[in-house]
Design a protein around this ligand. Structure first.
Ligand SMILES: Cc1cc2nc3c(=O)[nH]c(=O)nc-3n(C[C@H](O)[C@H](O)[C@H](O)COP(=O)(O)OP(=O)(O)OC[C@H]3O[C@@H](n4cnc5c(N)ncnc54)[C@H](O)[C@@H]3O)c2cc1C
Ligand code: SF4
Length: 509
């Protein structure tokens, strides 16, 4: 019986081989039936190939929640394509290239097509393999259009790009003017954590047989936080619009202890692996606004993230080139602190809680990423590439195109100010205002010296002092640098800063 089926399989493959003229390669961040090479798929003559490469799961300390999400989404996507009558090969191989070789060994030496890859590395690899590219339309801005914008600018200020995007895409613009009377409602947003506030329930996603098989392969018990199908991703979008959109703006920068998601959309994993298209996410938001279900400051805030920040970061990744990832403009050489890989390796309540959240579900929102994790790396002088590597491994939504600019440019200011005009350095006062961690912490955000001094407060001043020569020339930083002169205890602070860095390096602070 088994042998007869084997022969049939061989025969079937031979027939398919004769009919197939193109290999359409789908990387795990292009899981969208209506985008990239799948847009003009001919089911009679094309075979779709996905490669689950061993390199993807091994070699680095990847968060298993992340691997689970990426692999299970890809396996579901392959099954959905098959169920709709499309010829699909889901190949497990050592590397992507080995997988494509396998596809060619089955179907012959056919041309391979793929959407423009999302990192320099895979771009180079696939180009060398002879792959032909079509536009990566999972972004709203073509690379050449972003380059044209960037080349026309003296400085690459996101706000300018965002306003141009609003006009170009005709989103929340009336007669060339911003809807609601302003381009930006930051003054109404960015509120501290609310008191006695009831956050909506989290949306949980059920697991099916494919999920369970992936979990078994990874020897991991996944959360139910992340969907692994398009249906689940759409449910997340709908849930966000219904329960979170209206409250998104005011509390987008707040961090609370009793809710890890607040009003954030939790859409980045799906926008980044293709299960959601940014255009459909923005349309859903705008529709809700037009129906009067959400206020302008929230709608503008989320639109800014998707058509502004996300597109800007991707554009800058390609514009700034491959070498940008290796920048270390502040010559930061401290090895990665143990607290990043182990939430109990610190007594700092904010850092420990945020790292624990990442251990639990591979995600925290932008303020913990920027003002707690990156801020700590920045002011301790942690090596940017070591920090970047950790961030890449730890987050559910990480890819080169998005992590490199966010970390190197925005997070740790390693690019000398190409992307951001000033570093996002802050002491305990900011964290105390915007989060609820300080009340339960052994350290005091107001103190900069002494055993109870908040490490952020101490290190913030130490950081400014270490880089005062560079920063005093920056008009957005000079006030802060002059503030150093008012410190009567700078010598004592420098001693404490050195103790803090040694203690953090040993996991004892
Ligand atoms: C140091 C640092 C590292 C980051 N690394 C990543 C990353 O690896 N992957 C990632 O998708 N985002 C990254 N971000 C941006 C942002 O933190 C996440 O997109 C967001 O937290 C995802 O959660 P959400 O979907 O609920 O986002 P929301 O707050 O609901 O925002 C909506 C969407 O806007 C987009 N967006 C907002 N800001 C950015 C940004 N700076 N860059 C790119 N997209 C943005 C995302 O697609 C996000 O889903 C990083 C930010 C910082 C400061
Ligand atoms: S006191 Fe400092 S270390 Fe403690 S939670 Fe506040 S900011 Fe973090």
């Amino acid at each position: 019986m088994g042998k007869r089926l084997g022969e049939r399989e061989v025969l079937f493959r031979e027939v398919q081989k004769g009919m197939t003229s193109r290999i359409l390669y789908i990387p795990f961040d292009h899981l969208n039936r209506n985008k990239g090479v799948l847009k003009d798929l001919d089911p009679k003559t094309d075979v779709v190939v996905l490669v689950e490469s061993a390199r993807m799961t091994s070699g680095r300390d990847w968060h298993k929640e992340r691997l689970f999400f990426l692999i299970s989404s890809a396996r579901h996507f392959a099954e959905e394509l098959k169920a709709s009558g499309i010829k699909v090969e889901y190949i497990k191989a050592e590397t992507t290239i080995h997988g494509l070789d396998t596809a060619k060994s089955i179907y012959g030496d056919l041309p391979v097509y793929c959407a423009e890859p999302s990192s320099f590395r895979s771009f180079a690899q696939l180009t060398e393999y002879g792959v032909k590219f079509v536009t990566n339309d999972l972004f709203l801005t073509k690379r050449e259009d972003f380059f044209a914008w960037a080349k026309s600018q003296k400085t690459y200020v996101m706000e300018n790009f965002y306003r141009a995007q609003r006009v170009r895409l005709n989103i929340l613009v009336l007669d060339g003017k911003p809807e609601g009377g302003a381009w930006n409602f930051d003054a109404d947003n960015r509120l501290p954590p609310p008191k006695n506030y009831e956050w909506p329930e989290y949306l949980y996603h059920d697991r099916d047989e494919i999920d369970l098989a992936v979990a078994k392969d990874l020897d991991y018990e996944p959360t139910r936080t992340w969907a692994t199908t398009r249906k689940g991703a759409l449910a997340q979008l709908e849930y966000f619009i219904k329960h979170h959109l209206d409250g998104f703006g005011p509390y987008e920068d707040a961090v609370v202890k009793d809710n890890w998601a607040l009003h954030h959309s939790l859409l980045s994993p799906y926008l980044n692996n293709g299960l959601l298209d940014p255009a459909e996410a923005v349309s859903a938001v705008i529709n809700s606004y037009k129906q009067g279900k959400a206020k302008i400051q929230s709608v503008e805030a989320i639109v800014r993230q998707v058509i502004g920040w996300r597109e800007y970061v991707n554009g800058m990744y390609w514009f700034l080139g491959e070498g940008y990832k290796y920048k270390n403009g502040l010559n930061a050489q401290l090895p990665l602190l143990p607290v990043f890989r182990n939430s109990i390796a610190t007594e700092m309540d904010c850092v420990s809680s945020v790292v624990k959240d990442i251990e639990d579900r591979s995600w925290v929102h932008h303020i913990p990423r920027l003002m707690i994790l990156s801020n700590l790396a920045l002011i301790t002088g942690t090596n940017p590439q070591e920090f970047l590597d950790w961030m890449r491994e730890a987050f559910i939504d990480a890819s080169d195109w998005v992590m490199v600019p966010n970390v190197i440019g925005m997070g740790v200011h390693a690019d000398g100010g190409i992307m951001m005009t000033k570093p996002y350095a802050a002491g305990g006062a900011y964290i105390s205002r915007m989060t609820q961690y300080c009340k339960g912490c052994v350290y005091d955000p107001k103190l900069r010296v002494g055993d109870n001094a908040c490490p952020f407060t101490t290190l913030y001043w130490d950081f400014l002092d270490r880089h005062k020569e560079e920063f005093v020339k920056n008009h957005r930083m000079s006030q802060q640098v002059y503030g150093l002169k008012k410190l009567s205890d700078l010598d004592e602070l420098k001693v404490r800063a050195s103790q803090v860095i040694t203690g953090l390096s040993k996991g004892q602070i």
